[in-house]
Design a protein around this ligand. Structure first.
Ligand SMILES: [Zn+2]
Length: 193
């Protein structure tokens, strides 16, 4: 299992058990890692749960580009499997003529990088709704969609891009061969945003 292997470009719903595991493990040692250490740990112990804290910067954040392409949100249609894109949390599958609930396109995380390496949103990375809400005020049912405009997105890009955050990552064994989930984001000192 390579972390840099491209995966489905949609953000699956994170099962509640993953978030529960995060809250159980976060009471323990806060293991600071680099991308290099993180991928080594997963390669050596893929069948363990790893909760890791990574200090990294979003070098690419294509919020505006995805919005202009009408791809800010996406999700596969459950019936036909075709990916539905849109700029709102509900889209329409053209093929099946049915409404599909969409989630934020993980490609928003263009390039998340530290001093050792980086990972792109198109890779083996899932993002919990809470992270989107903290970073952008975007998420499922936040009711914030009406506020989305070119000016608003440009402002979010300006605030979040190049800023160092502590990214909380949980490696979930046994889920689709193991998935790396961004379960939380904290400020650079590891305290709540
Ligand atoms: Zn469909």
């Amino acid at each position: 299992m390579s972390l840099s292997e491209p995966r489905k470009s949609c953000n699956a719903a994170i099962p509640p058990s993953v978030i529960e595991t995060y809250h159980r493990l976060r009471a323990g040692v806060r293991r600071q890692v680099t991308w290099k250490l993180l991928s080594e740990r997963i390669e050596i112990w893929p069948d363990r749960e790893h909760l890791m804290y990574l200090s990294a910067v979003l070098l690419e954040l294509p919020l505006l580009r995805l919005w202009k392409d009408k791809k800010l949100y996406c999700m596969p249609c459950e019936r036909c499997g075709g990916v539905v894109f849109g700029n709102e949390v509900v889209g329409m599958c053209e093929h099946c003529q049915r409404a599909v609930e969409l989630r934020i396109n993980p490609l928003v995380l263009g390039l998340l990088s530290d001093e050792t390496a980086g990972l792109r949103g198109e890779h083996n990375l899932l993002v919990a709704d809470e992270v989107w809400e903290k970073l952008f005020g975007l998420g499922q049912g936040t009711g914030n969609d009406e506020a989305i405009s070119e000016k608003w997105l440009r402002e979010r890009e300006r605030i979040v891009r190049y800023q160092r955050f502590t990214w909380v990552l949980l490696w979930v064994r046994g889920w689709d061969g193991g998935r790396l989930v961004v379960v939380d984001v904290l400020d650079v000192n590891g305290t709540e945003l």
